[in-house]
Design a protein around this ligand. Structure first.
Ligand code: PLP
Length: 228
């Protein structure tokens, strides 16, 4: 069997989104696809652009910095930072990305605003008690929301969360439902939640963005000579 092409895999992802929307009585146009290209190279980003994708997620500022020259000409392509942002990298991040989806502190909001470039931001909320996860503690959310709303250059777009990994996508549901409640409480309409394995559950719980890597690009095998 020949290996599936990116166009084939994109078709499968779109079908999954459409089926989940049908079950949830939602218009598929309300669910946007963020193509997660971390670890993959500029070639894969260009290929994804060629099949119509325009919104890309990257996890590391330095990795994006290396790829940027080779993707800078892709018209209307927008890059989202979805990995944790360190406060000493806010300048670079503001130059490289259109959207910071992983904003998780008042301090980061202040530093990004000080860069004085228009940026869309999404606040990442940590809803599990896993030690390793990043994201804002829900108790800090009101202060972060207020800081972004009071800023001059940041536009608050949504909330994001990453539930603990599980084979069983259904285990993500309470985390997605909780994110929806927090968004409603703050009058926030965009929800970035759901990845390759649990996008259907996220859509049923109201996701307006799903962040999909593996289901589009295949598994992220660590490649020799391609540092993270
Ligand atoms: C890697 C990553 C994704 C994509 O995960 P897949 O399981 O490959 O679809 C989505 N969101 C975040 C924050 C990620 O780090």
């Amino acid at each position: 069997m020949p290996e599936a092409s990116l166009a084939d895999r994109l078709e499968l992802v779109r079908e999954r989104i459409e089926r989940a929307c049908a079950r949830a009585h939602r218009d598929p146009a309300t669910v946007r696809l963020l193509a997660v290209t971390k670890i993959f190279g500029p070639e894969e980003i260009r290929e994804a652009w060629a099949v119509g994708l325009r919104e890309f997620g990257e996890n590391y500022v330095q990795e994006m910095d290396r790829k940027q020259p080779a993707v800078a000409d892709l018209e209307a392509a927008r890059f989202h930072l979805i990995g944790h942002l360190q406060s000493n990298k806010t300048r670079k991040a503001a130059q490289l990305f259109s959207c910071i989806d992983s904003l998780d502190s008042v301090k980061l909001a202040a530093r990004l605003d000080a860069e004085a470039v228009p940026l869309d931001v999404t606040i990442e909320v940590k809803l599990s008690d896993e030690a390793a996860k990043t994201g804002a503690d829900p108790v800090d959310l009101p202060a972060i929301v207020a800081a972004v709303r009071a800023s001059r250059h940041l536009a608050l777009r949504g909330l994001m969360t990453v539930p603990p990994w599980s084979e069983d996508a259904g285990k993500s549901r309470p985390y997605f439902a909780k994110l929806g409640e927090l968004a409603a409480l703050h009058g926030i309409t965009e929800l970035s939640m759901g990845m390759s394995n649990d996008m259907e559950v996220a859509i049923e719980e109201g996701a307006t963005w799903v962040r999909v890597g593996t289901a589009l690009f295949g598994s992220r095998k660590p490649l020799l000579g391609r540092p993270l």
